[in-house]
Design a protein around this ligand. Structure first.
Ligand SMILES: Nc1ncnc2c1ncn2[C@@H]1O[C@H](COP(=O)(O)OP(=O)(O)OP(=O)(O)O)[C@@H](O)[C@H]1O
Ligand SMILES: [Mg+2]
Length: 351
């Protein structure tokens, strides 16, 4: 199946895949889009295509000509999120010297896409719940009620049900969002799709880079078909793009696909090459190339923290779990290393 998102001729806005698992998710999304403007929750692991599906629903619906406004709720500092969403009137807070429309207003009957909804606080969830339920809201410091006429889509890669069970996500809001629910399967559960997608990306990036790469060797095909793709389609796409840019091969081979360096590195050190077995001093991930002039440990620490926050989609609790420190310690380091909310916002909105 090659499904172009309506109104988008962009080659990166095509949903590719032939598996029944993907087909089912697409059919459901299209049914939701055509039937009404019901609030919809899209769930799936990172890189499975949640944003692509949100656009598909918007573009297939009756209000496709109206705006599609997306906001990464995990990336906006929580104290700014409310004013971003609902807008404010002059005097709402220090510095609010004029009225400002929020994203709900800017969506104007189109779609508002609340990405990373799992990373919001209880306070925001409560305000969103009220707005979604009543289909109206007020700007901060405003008295006038403003109607919401468009579609609301929320997405998350965290298990919201589990978050509800753990008391980290409001149950009432969860049920309110979960009216329509599209669950996007991970790539490893989409029979045959990894290879179809890989060939799609080969053609796409070879053409974009005016490169002569024609396809994949049998070894690369076997690796792609059997790999577990924790970063899903984004990871596959990046692996193919990197192979083409770095090696410019006629056929991409398994060794051009750099996947999960950790096991490879452990294997290399553990079994042979230099004959030494894995030792306690073994590195835990890809060795870092230290430049001749040296590098400040703080710079490395900053990079590691930023990469982890990016991997966690801006969710600091998740990032702290990945780094095996508590949230307080992560916050302390973020402050110590002068990582601003803006740095994080920009990082998460890199395209
Ligand atoms: N079925 C597909 N066919 C082609 N490209 C796809 C498909 N699904 C996803 N992609 C591409 O993979 C990348 C990741 O997709 P997207 O950003 O929609 O994922 P996501 O689920 O929102 O990820 P995250 O949880 O990290 O935000 C994008 O470049 C997107 O165009
Ligand atoms: Mg996304």
């Amino acid at each position: 199946m090659t499904l172009k998102i309506p109104n988008s001729s962009h080659p990166h806005k095509t949903i590719i895949g032939e598996s029944p698992q993907l087909r089912q998710a697409v059919d459901l999304a299209i049914r939701i889009a055509k039937s009404s403007t019901m609030t919809t929750l899209i769930t799936g692991e990172s890189g499975t295509g949640k944003e692509l599906f949100a656009k598909l629903i918007h573009e297939t619906g009756a209000d496709a000509d109206k705006p599609f406004i997306d906001i990464n709720c995990g990336a906006i500092p929580i104290n700014l999120l409310e004013s971003e969403l609902f807008g404010y009137e002059k005097g709402a807070f220090t510095g609010a010297d004029q009225n400002k429309r929020g994203l709900f207003e800017l969506a104007g009957g189109g779609t508002i896409f609340l990405d990373e909804i799992g990373n919001t606080t209880n306070g925001i969830q409560m305000k969103l719940l009220k707005a979604v339920e009543n289909k109206k809201f007020r700007r901060l410091n405003g008295t006038m009620e403003i109607n919401i006429s468009g579609r609301i889509i929320a997405a998350t890669n965290v298990n919201l049900y589990e978050e509800v069970r753990q008391g980290r996500f409001r149950e009432d809001f969860y049920h309110r969002l979960n009216v329509g629910h599209v669950q996007i399967p991970p790539l490893r559960e989409r029979s045959g799709d990894a290879l179809v997608l890989a060939m799609h990306f080969v053609k796409l990036f070879a053409a974009e880079n005016e490169n002569h790469t024609l396809g994949l060797t049998a070894a690369a095909e076997s690796l792609i078909a059997n790999y577990h793709w924790p970063g899903n389609i984004r990871q596959l796409r990046n692996a193919i793009e990197r192979a083409i840019l770095v090696y410019a091969p006629v056929y991409i081979d398994a060794e051009h696909l750099i996947l999960e360096p950790q096991p490879e590195f452990v294997r290399r050190n553990g079994t042979g090459g230099n004959g030494r077995s894995a030792s306690k001093t073994q590195l835990h991930f890809n060795p870092i190339e230290i430049p001749n002039e040296g590098i400040a440990l703080e710079t490395l620490e900053r990079d590691i923290i930023l990469s982890t926050i990016q991997k966690a989609g801006g969710n600091l609790s998740k990032a702290s779990r990945l780094l095996k420190i508590n949230r307080g310690k992560l916050r302390y380091r973020i402050e110590k290393l002068n990582i601003s909310k803006e740095d994080i916002f920009l990082l998460l909105n890199e395209r």
